[in-house]
Design a protein around this ligand. Structure first.
Ligand code: GLY
Length: 587
């Protein structure tokens, strides 16, 4: 049997298994807690956990999770599965899964070695600091969020190639083939996916006149069960399968990408595509109540923020106060406010700006930040600024997946187009969405981006610089062993969602599924409001917090955390977030 025939057979077998909706000889066990302990608690949503003896994939889409689990069952490792899941999400989850975007990885090997891979998009070489301002210096509405100028140079394909080269076990082609097949055969939309595409229909028509298969040919609205066939994307995935990096950054795909950019007034050049490289980075490490936290360094603000907040919270008895109680919430909101004030001033791409990570994480500095904390009263953000003496010490659609393989390799990967369907630009003839990540730069000092976040010099636009991210892929160790793998989408709420999920497990003794399902809240310094999900706090707690000076805005769902927890007997609990179609697959 020749290799390509064998590959095709394997891939078709996989596809048929997937489309029949079953994968594992062994059915997952039921979560013994989900029915009773969550059903009567309004601050907790409900979804079954999935348990596995050896391996687990948790992602935003059942098909992507199954593709990853199948790769693991065939002897692939977590890095192989990462490549397959990333590409599968680009096909089955176009709202955020991508090849036209970027992401961040934090990984841990069984011997405790860790690494981070930064495949954040980079500003084009022709980008300039004021490119989103008019001649009077005002921000031009929507220019950094919609259309061809909104995109950074995509990093996904380069990162997957680098990751596979260094750590992969199975042949590259076998990892890409499932996405080729799914794109060609078609994927059935869920209600959420159909609604998502219907919501952006006007933008799709505006930026992709007459040519996107994300618009239905008969101009009707998408509905659950409709089949989305993506032949152009299947051909791009074939080129990536056959040529690796060159299948995207050179040749036909690159030509289509550059032609689309030119048509819409974008500023990409071939030089940008040639110059892009994902960067290996050293993860940040911190500790919280005896657990070791391994997380993403800049250009994510997430890792620094997470470690700052955990460190500030460590001295308070959250366990005794209880989950989402008045005291816990007030304390956490005040900690979040202080950390996000620092973020606005100090965080940016470390290759372009000297980010004072050591100072921001130093214990005396963080203690000084909490000196103004009043347990009875909210500190108005207008009275707070970033910590002045730090150097002395030293959109909303993204997606996350977590993987653990039978050897104990763990991957935590968050990937994004920034907003839902990114810039809404689909590359003509190539069928994939481009990111609108340029909006994650501070387009003007103090001007809020689409998440309401502000920034300054540290995150100003410069050619080839990476825009600041909130993505916080994280791994937690207990007694030196793998314990949690987690992350989430959610723009600026990412870091606080990861924070709360960790605290739910460590302080409130929750299972992974309960930790993920618990309603969340978020404060980011500016605007001075607490964003909440409906039901996060009881009416009593909400009134008490209002009396302390907090005000609330209900913003629907906050984040979609995908978590894997290693249980004491080394079996795995896969917890997919109940806020979406998210799904865990394990064996
Ligand atoms: N685009 C979302 C983030 O990186 O924070």
């Amino acid at each position: 049997m020749n290799t390509s025939y064998r590959r095709r057979r394997l891939s078709l077998a996989l596809l048929s298994i997937i489309s029949q909706g079953f994968l594992f000889a062994q059915q997952p066990e039921k979560n013994p807690f989900s029915q009773n302990s969550t059903a009567h608690a309004p601050h907790i949503l409900s979804k079954e956990a999935v348990y596995g003896h050896k391996a687990m994939v948790v992602s935003a889409h059942p098909m992507a999770s199954r593709v990853g689990a199948e790769i693991l069952q065939r002897g692939g490792n977590a890095f192989d599965a990462t490549v397959a899941v990333q590409f599968a999400l680009a096909v089955v989850y176009p709202v955020a899964g991508n090849i036209g975007g970027g992401g961040l990885i934090v990984a841990r090997m069984p011997d405790g070695k860790t690494f981070a891979l930064d495949f954040r998009e980079a500003a084009p070489i022709l980008a300039s600091r004021d490119m989103f301002l008019d001649s009077a210096g005002n921000v031009i509405p929507a220019l950094s969020t919609h259309g061809h100028k909104a995109s950074g140079i995509p990093g996904t394909v380069d990162a997957m190639v680098q990751l596979h080269k260094k750590y992969g076990k199975l042949p590259w082609k076998a990892l890409v083939q499932p996405s080729v097949d799914i794109a060609r055969k078609g994927v059935f939309l869920t209600t959420r996916e159909a609604d998502g595409l219907n919501e952006v229909r006007e933008s799709l028509e505006q930026y992709n006149p007459g040519k996107s298969y994300f618009l239905k040919a008969d101009k009707t609205r998408w509905k659950a069960g409709d089949k989305l066939v993506q032949e152009d994307l299947a051909q791009v995935m074939e080129r990536i399968r056959d040529k690796g990096r060159d299948g995207f950054y050179k040749g036909k795909t690159a030509e289509l990408l550059l032609a689309e950019m030119k048509r819409g007034g974008g500023i990409f050049t071939q030089k940008d595509l040639d110059a892009y490289t994902a960067k290996w980075r050293t993860p940040l490490r911190g500790a919280y109540r005896g657990y070791d936290i391994i997380t993403m360094p800049p250009p994510s603000a997430g890792g620094v923020g997470l470690l700052q907040m955990l460190s500030m919270l460590e001295t308070y008895p959250l366990k005794e106060w209880g989950v989402n109680s008045e005291k816990t919430a007030h304390c956490m909101i005040e900690v979040e406010r202080r950390s996000y004030a620092d973020r606005a001033e100090y965080l940016g791409d470390p290759d372009f700006y000297n980010v004072p990570v050591k100072g921001l994480l130093s214990k005396p500095y963080l203690a000084s930040r909490m000196a103004s904390y009043n347990p009875d009263k909210a500190t108005p953000s207008s009275e707070l600024t970033f910590g002045k003496d730090v150097r002395k010490y030293e959109s909303d659609q993204t997606t996350h997946f977590s993987i653990v393989d039978p050897s104990g390799n763990a991957v935590s990967l968050t990937t994004t187009l920034n907003g839902a369907y990114g810039s809404k630009v689909v590359i003509g003839g190539a069928g994939f969405f481009m990111n609108n990540e340029m909006d994650d730069f501070s387009v003007k000092p103090g001007a809020p981006n689409m998440f309401g976040a502000i920034g300054g010099e540290a995150n100003a636009i410069q050619p080839r610089k990476r825009m600041l991210s909130s993505m916080t892929p994280t791994i937690v160790e207990k007694d030196g062993k793998l314990f949690l793998v987690l992350g989430t989408p959610g723009g600026t709420t990412i870091t606080t969602s990861v924070l709360q999920a960790i605290i739910n497990v460590v302080d409130h003794n929750m299972t992974a599924q309960q930790a993920v399902a618990t309603r969340r809240f978020h404060h980011q310094y500016v605007p001075d409001i607490v964003r909440i999900e409906s039901g996060t706090f009881s009416a009593e707690v909400e009134s008490a917090l209002q009396r302390k000076g907090h005000s609330f805005r209900n913003i629907g769902a906050i984040g979609k955390v995908e978590m894997i927890l290693v249980r004491p007997d080394t079996s795995l609990e896969g917890a997919a977030d109940p806020r979406g179609d998210d799904s865990a697959a394990g064996f």
